[in-house]
Every structure is written in C-alpha cells, then in structure tokens.
Design a protein around this ligand. Structure first.
Ligand code: PLP
Length: 342
C-alpha cells in the first residue's frame, strides 16, 4: 500500500487543498502538445487573454474513491470527457481528445495518490479538468491558444451531519441561462450569472436556488449548480429543458431508478406540479443527492414542504445509497461505470 496522509478526512470542506502535482497541456498552432507535469499552483497568463475578457472557459468536476479493496475507482469519466467536448464546441474551443483527457486524469490521480481519502471516510478525491482560451487579443474572437489543466483536491463528505434535507428558494426574477444560450454546457459564465440569486437564497437560509425556465417562467429548470428531480407514484421525474446542464449524476440516478423498478420520466415539469411530489431533490457530483425538505417561493412566499420530520424521503435515500455503493465499490458495478486506477 502506498502512503496516505494523516488528514481529518471526514471534516474536510468542499474546498481546495494543495496537492503535489497538476497536469497541463497547451493547444498551439492548431494542435495539442505534450502533457506536462507541474508542481506549481500558478499559471502564467497574458492579461489580455480571451478567457479572462470574453469568458472562453469550461470545466468539469468528477470524483475518485478509495474502495474497501484498496483500489481507487473513477466514476464515468468518459461522460465528463464527452461533456467537456460539447462545452468546447459550444464556445468554439478545440476539443480535448478522449485519450488526452484520460491520460491527464489518470496522471493527476496517480501523482497525488496520498491525497486519495481512505475508504469509508466519506471523503473523496475531486478532479477538476479546466479548459480555457489562453491566447490574447482585444477584439472579440476565439483565442488562438488554449490550455487544458487537471488538478485534484481531496474533499470531505458533503453532508457533515449525515444525509439531511435542505431548503431551496424558488426564484422568478433571476435567470441562470437562456434556452438557446449556454445553459447546457459547463462554462463558468453560467455560474457568474447565478451568483446573485444564490446570495439571496443563502440570506434566506436556503442552500441554493431553483430557477424557472427563463422564457415562459412556467417550468422548473435547474437547482443552482445541480439538476432537479421529483418523485411521486413510484416515478422519478426530472425536467427536460434546453437550458439545463446534463448532469451525469442525474443520468445515473435515472438508470438506477429503472433498475430498482421505478418509472422514469424526463419531461417538462410545470411549477404547479411541485405540490404533487412526494419527494424532491437536487443532484450532482458534489452531494450525489441533496434531498429538499422545503421549497420557498420567493415571489408568492408559498412553501412546499416535503420533509416534516427532518429526514430524507425513502426513495431518495434508496437511490443515494445505491449510487454511492457503485462509486465506492460496496456493490458490484453492474453498469460498467467504474474504472480502476492502479
Ligand atoms: C456540473 C453541474 C451539474 C451536475 O452535473 P454532474 O455531472 O452530476 O456533476 C448540474 N448543473 C450544473 C449547472 C452544473 O454545472
């Protein structure tokens, strides 16, 4: 067994902790160069770089887990790679080829093995691939140089006090993304657009915000940086919308839900349907599922209560446990979602 650091893994935040190495690759003169290993946390960037001024930037987020068997497991990385390629297409950046993406994430994990949290600590190694226009200019046009970086950082369990429901603020007066805009790709600009709404939510004691579709304001769109789902009549229902970021966690939960015998629907979810759900939640890599105990409508002050006893719903819990079991290797990987890192 390789050396592991002596950190208080269970108390780690979802934050940044310095590791030993990151990997980088430049795209110059129309082609990708060699993957480089760096021990610096800094990048040397031109002050007129297109990414800084015109937002040509995309990122990914994924996790690696230590299993009981001492093997490191990487969850559905091909999906993250495809999504980063689609983000690149959306804002005219070159795609990172699958082999390069794969090599970069494996290298970043292997070089920082001692930062992979131990089995059953609830913590994991978070991987952050980042692609941006490093080339400079003042006129608006795609950059002529790009940089692809992968860094890793150990992150603690999302729920420090266990798997517990949170409150969410439903907003009518903020939009995160437009139907034909960049909502469906993972670019930083969407996050900047959501910060104000998030601040309002936090001030009102909510974990995050639920956005409505920005065109008609009739349908549930996204849950801040996570996808939304509702459960009723043994059916897992998640919104269909052109401005939603396709969450890999959500896709995985849909497959698991079917596997466990539930029905799955991906369709428009009208605002009025909120009161009919038995359970609702937000899903994404960071928490897998954040069960929602209460939704507060910021305009009408109406409250939708899903958890009266402070506990998550039965089906949300079942789905959560099933997905975590695949990620950590507690259950056999029947779906072919896990790759071992040796
Ligand atoms: C990354 C992200 C998600 C979650 O996607 P996962 O692949 O499940 O981590 C959901 N919504 C937004 C806006 C995101 O950026």
């Amino acid at each position: 067994m390789s050396e592991t650091l002596n950190l208080d893994w269970g108390k780690l935040p979802f934050g940044y902790i310095k590791t030993d190495y990151n990997v980088r690759c430049y795209y110059r003169s129309g082609k990708w160069g060699e993957l480089e290993i760096s021990s610096s946390e800094r990048i040397d960037l031109h002050m007129a770089s297109i990414s800084l001024h015109y937002g040509q930037q995309a990122f990914e987020g994924m996790k690696a887990f230590m299993g009981k068997d001492g093997k490191i497991r990487l969850f559905r990385w091909e999906e993250n790679c495809k999504r980063m390629q689609s983000s690149a297409d959306g804002i005219l950046m070159p795609q990172v080829p699958e082999e390069l993406f794969h090599e970069a994430i494996l290298k970043a994990i292997k070089l920082n093995k001692k930062y992979v949290p131990p089995y059953a600590s609830g913590a994991s190694l978070y991987l952050r691939p980042l692609l941006f226009g490093s080339g400079y200019g003042v006129g608006v046009k795609p950059a002529d140089e790009y940089m692809f970086i992968v860094f890793v950082t150990p992150v603690g369990p999302y729920f420090k006090e266990g798997f517990k429901p949170v409150n969410m603020l439903l907003v009518h007066n903020f939009d995160r993304a437009a139907p034909l805009g960049t909502g469906n790709i993972k670019v930083g600009g969407n996050y900047a657009a959501g910060l104000k709404a998030m601040k309002v939510a936090k001030e009102l004691g909510c974990a995050n915000v639920i956005f409505l579709d920005s065109k008609e304001k009739k349908y549930i769109d996204e849950c801040g940086p996570a996808n939304f789902f509702g459960i009723k009549n043994n059916t897992y229902i998640t919104p269909e919308s052109p401005s939603i970021l396709p969450s890999i966690t959500n896709k995985s939960l849909e497959i698991i839900a079917k596997h466990l015998g539930y029905k799955v629907e991906r369709r428009k979810v009208p605002l009025e349907e909120l009161e009919t759900f038995e359970e609702v939640g937000a899903c994404g890599t960071a928490a897998v599922i954040s069960p929602i105990g209460k939704i507060i409508d910021y305009e009408t002050k109406k409250e939708f209560v899903y958890s009266k006893d402070g506990n998550p719903g039965k089906i949300s819990t079942e789905l959560y446990n099933a997905l975590i079991a695949v990620q950590t290797g507690d259950k056999p990987d029947e779906f072919g979602w896990v790759e071992f890192v040796d």
